[in-house]
Design a protein around this ligand. Structure first.
Ligand code: F6R
Length: 614
């Protein structure tokens, strides 16, 4: 949610900043801007639209500055205009700042500063914060620490979330970053250091990354840096190598990250699974859960908290874990859980699932759970993310960076990890070694089966061509395929803007069937169990009302000719991996459907990856 990158080094800042913005563009692409310290003033360039618009302008100006900050915006306060675009400069021209997050009490500061005669040129909370820092600076005596002290005085007054990078005209060799709620990371290179909202911004330019914790400041001065808290005490800086995230962020031969990430799934899942089974081949072994055996063995309830696609993965997890381990599972919208006083029942475990590990709603749900004394575990893809750091334990997805705004490979690996967790918990209870073994085998076969389904991509493209005129679609499935129906509908609507709804197949007759007409196709995801006969009956109900039907079904399930207009066949598989396989054609369907409409699938309107505001 908005991307920040700052450069302080020996070279020219411009190229690193524009390159960083391009890599961060998935976080927001309403507008972008850059500011350079030019000795006696800041030079600013800001433009609405994509980073490429900004890049053209910046290239023409060709700044030689070696200190600058840049931002790509996902609008929160104020519409998409040049004046609302970051960076924001203070009224006296002394400070320039980029900001992610939302300052909830900015109105109070705005009134205070307006009464002091300060005029604002944007509608943003960020410009207010920049001026608040400038105000405190004006009240402080001269000295080496005046810049950092002004920030230390302003930030504790703010309610809400921030990740900021700030420059001061009087300090031509200093850049300061601070975070609370919005991620921020320092990149350390040979010739330059960076501040960014995520490490992909400085891949190839920095060797090490230091992730800031909430309430910390990073003070970059020349080639030195230090981390302190807001009170000025030194904090520990743990540097991680950056090369692990390296070229995985390159697009290669693909047209879009979404397509690349869909086709990466066989490898991604191999990585999720690698080395995570017990030696006897009947259970899974998740390192991040070690040390919690006693709690896991004794659980009364699991509460999943997550948002969007990650929540759909948890819903699949609910079916799988209840089936394998017989532990009651609840899945909560993280944003709702936080404000709901859910009763403390028995021994509960909270599992937060988030690809980015930075979704604020999910993090707040974790914080609320910890306040209540609950054990929290995280499933996340991003090493060093806030979720990874704030939970009591957890598991990494290991699928490599997911850049496409529409989550694809992350969903598959989250479901896979839920199945592995169900297996581990089941084997601690009454799941037999034989059942355990067959699940281990099914999981090991998963990457191969995924590759097999993806090879049928052309058939999905043809189906997408056939149905691409539809403006309303229904997605229907039962049991663990019901969340897959929800996910199929979400994927389609978020990137193609067609209206799509997911329902449990049997719910159709309780309302949604009223929507059925020849212009409203229904996509049925058919199980390979006894229930498939019931789903086929639901398909026939749609056909009887002249609704087009596309069925996604395992090979061995016979779909009567009169029940579906089109059938996409999946390989027969174990029930624990079926939701992952069934979701693949839906990912591809959404992808082609949107492309056929000429849309940019990686940057759907109004969306951004990693939502770090409430
Ligand atoms: C949909 C999508 C979103 C995210 C949601 C949670 O394709 O990507 O619904 O799943 O914003 O994000 P994470 O998993 O980063 O917490």
């Amino acid at each position: 949610m908005c991307g920040i990158v700052g450069y302080l080094g020996k070279g020219i800042a411009q190229d690193s900043l524009i390159d960083g913005l391009r890599r961060l563009e998935y976080r927001g692409y309403d507008s972008a801007g850059v500011a350079f310290h030019e000795g006696n003033a800041f030079s600013m360039t800001r433009e609405t639209g994509r980073v490429k618009n900004l890049a053209n302008l910046v290239k023409r100006k060709s700044s030689k500055s070696s200190l600058g900050i840049a931002h790509t915006r996902w609008a929160t306060h104020g519409s998409v205009t040049v004046s609302n675009t970051h960076p924001h400069v203070s009224h006296d021209g002394k400070f320039v700042m980029v900001h992610n997050g939302v300052i909830e009490n900015f109105g109070t500061f705005k009134r205070f500063l307006t009464n002091k005669g300060i005029k604002f040129s944007s509608e943003t909370d960020s410009e207010v914060l920049c001026n608040l820092i400038a105000y405190h600076y004006s009240e402080l005596p001269d000295g080496d620490d005046r810049f950092v002290d002004a920030i230390r005085q302003a930030l504790p007054k703010c309610r809400g979330a921030y990740g900021v990078a700030v420059l001061c005209l009087d300090y031509p060799d200093t850049m300061i970053g601070a975070r609370r709620g919005s991620p921020l990371v320092v990149g350390l290179g040979d010739d330059a250091n960076f501040i960014a909202s995520d490490a992909s911004a400085f891949v190839g330019r920095a060797k090490e990354a230091v992730f800031l914790n909430d309430g910390e400041l990073a003070i970059l001065n020349g080639s030195d840096f230090r981390i302190t808290n807001l009170e000025g005490q030194e904090a520990q800086a743990v540097a991680l190598p950056v090369d692990q995230i390296s070229e995985e962020v390159e697009l290669g031969d693909f047209d879009s990250y979404m397509e690349k990430e869909i086709y990466e799934q066989p490898t991604a899942l191999k990585n999720t699974l690698r080395g995570r089974f017990g030696d006897d081949g009947t259970t899974s072994k998740l390192g991040g859960l070690e040390g919690h055996d006693e709690v896991l063995r004794d659980l009364d309830r699991i509460i999943f908290v997550a948002c969007g696609t990650a929540r759909h993965a948890c819903m699949v997890g609910e079916y799988l874990i209840e089936r394998l381990a017989r532990v009651p599972v609840e899945v909560e919208h993280a944003s709702e859980f936080r404000y709901r006083n859910s009763p403390k029942a028995g021994k509960s475990l909270v599992i937060a699932v988030s690809q980015s590990g930075e979704t604020l709603d999910t993090l707040e749900a974790v914080r609320e759970s910890k306040t209540k004394g609950l054990l929290t575990l995280g499933i996340t893809n991003v090493v060093g993310s806030s979720l990874a750091r704030e939970t009591d334990g957890g598991v990494y997805q290991r699928v490599g960076p997911e850049i496409g705004v529409a989550s694809t490979k992350a969903f598959s690996s989250q479901v896979c990890l839920c199945a592995m967790l169900g297996l581990a918990l089941g084997r601690m209870r009454d799941l037999s070694p034989m059942d355990g073994q067959s699940i281990v085998e099914a999981l090991n076969q998963l990457p191969g089966l995924v590759a097999q389904v993806l090879q049928q991509g052309e058939q999905i493209r043809e189906l997408a061509i056939k149905y691409s005129k539809a403006e309303h679609l229904l997605f229907l499935g039962r049991q663990s395929l019901y969340p897959v129906a929800l996910e199929g509908a979400l994927k389609l609507k978020e990137i193609s803007y067609a209206h799509a709804e997911g329902y449990p197949a049997a719910e159709l007759k309780h309302g949604p069937i009223a929507l059925i007409n020849p212009e409203c196709p229904s996509v049925f995801i058919v199980e390979g169990s006894d229930l498939s006969a019931k789903t086929i009956a639901n398909m026939q109900e749609v056909k009887a009302r002249n609704g087009p039907v596309l069925a996604i079904a395992p090979h061995s399930v016979e779909i009567p000719e009169e029940a579906a207009d089109d059938v996409f066949l999946l390989p027969d598989s174990h029930e624990v991996v079926r939701p992952i396989l069934a979701n693949l054609p839906l990912q591809l369907f959404a992808y082609h459907f949107a492309r056929l409409r000429g849309l940019d699938v990686d940057k759907p309107r109004n969306l951004a990856k990693s939502v770090t505001v409430e």
